[in-house]
Design a binder for this molecule. Sequence first.
Ligand code: GMT
Length: 378
Amino acid sequence: MDTRPLRIGIICYPSVGGSGILASGLGDELAARGHEVHFISYERPFRLKPGNERVYFHPVEISSYELFKYPDYTLPLSVKLAEVAQTFDLDILHAHYAVPHATAAILARSMLPEGKRPAVVTTLHGTDTTLLGRDPGYAPAIGYALEQSDAVTAVSDFLRRETHRIIGVQREIDVIHNFFDPRPAARSREAVRKELGVKPGQKLVLHLSNLRPVKRIDVMLKALAQVPNRERFKVVVLAGGSFTQHQGLVRQLGLQDTIVLRESVSVVEDYLQAADVGVFTSDSESFCLSILEAANFGCPSVSTRVGGIPEVMEHDCSALLVPAGDSAAVAGALDRLLSDDALREAMGAKARQRARDLFSTERIVPEYEALYRRVLAE
Ligand code: GMT
C-alpha cells in the first residue's frame, strides 16, 4: 500500500461552527501524521493550532464590483483552489460542507490539465443536506457536486440516509463520524466557575451552539424555567451567534439571574471542564459535536433524540435523550441529573469513555487517511 505523505487541500468555513472545527482538527492531525495540509478559506480557521509546520493557509480574496448586487465567493474560491492545487501538486481537495465548497472543488478540478487533477472528497456536515438540500435553488447543484466527487462522506448514518432521501443521490456515501481532540484548558475549573458566579454547592449547566433556529433556544429556556429549585444551578450559554432575540423570553421566564452569556469564546475547554451537565434542544442535528465536546470532559448531556444524536450517545447510559420540542421532558431529565450526583458522575464517566472509544482522533483520522488512499488508488 502507498504510504507516502499526501498533499491535502482543506476547504472549510473558518468561523465558529462544527464543520470548521472538525475540518481544522482534521488538518492539524493530518499534519501531525506527516501530511502537508493547505487550508483554503476567506479567513484563517480560528481553531487551527498555531505553529504547525506542515499547515499552510491560503486566503481567498473577493473583489467587489458595482455590477454585482451580491458578491460571488464560489468563483474566486474555485480559482484559488485550482491555483493552490497546481502550485503544490495536491493529491486531494477535501471540501467540508457542500455549499459552495464541493461545487468550487469540482470546478477547480475541471480547470486543471489532466494528470494535474486532485481527487475531490466532500464531507457533508448537516444543513448542507437537511436545509439546503431541500431548497430547489441549491439541491440540483449539491446533487451534481456529490455525484462528481471522488468520495462523499457524512458525519453520521442519519445524514447518509437523509442525503439519499432528500437529494436523491445514488452514489455510495461513507460514514465517518466526527471526532474531537480537546486542547488543554487555559484556566482552572474553580477560576471559571468563580468568573460565572457559580456559588459553592451550585451546579453548572452548559449550552454551546451557533444559536440558529434549529437549536430551539426557546425550548431550552422554557425547560430551564421548569426545573425545580432554580437556585441549585447556573446556566452558561456559549454563543456562536446572536442571543439578543432570546432576551425577551429570558426576562419573561425570570431567568435573568440563572443564565450567564459568553460570546466569542476562544478557549471553550475552559467552560467545558467547568460544567456539570450539557443541554441541547435541537429539532435536527446530524451529529452535535457539542455533546461530544462536553463528553470529553466527563460532562453528560440532556438532549433531544433527533438525527444522528443517538449514534453519538446512548440514552440512559451516557446521556438522557428526550423527545424533540418537549420542554417538560428536558426539564425532568435535567432535574434527574442535577439531583443525583452519583448518577450524573457515572453517566459523565460513560460519556467520556464512549467519546474516547468511538470518537477519538486515533480512531477517526485513520479512516480519512484510508479513504484518501482508496480514491487515489482508484
Ligand atoms: O449544518 C450546520 O448547521 C452547520 C454545521 C456547523 O458548521 O456547525 O453543523 C453541522 O455540522 C456539525 C459538524 O459535523 C454537526 O455536529 C452538527 O450536528 C451539524 N448541524 C446540524 O445538523 C444542524
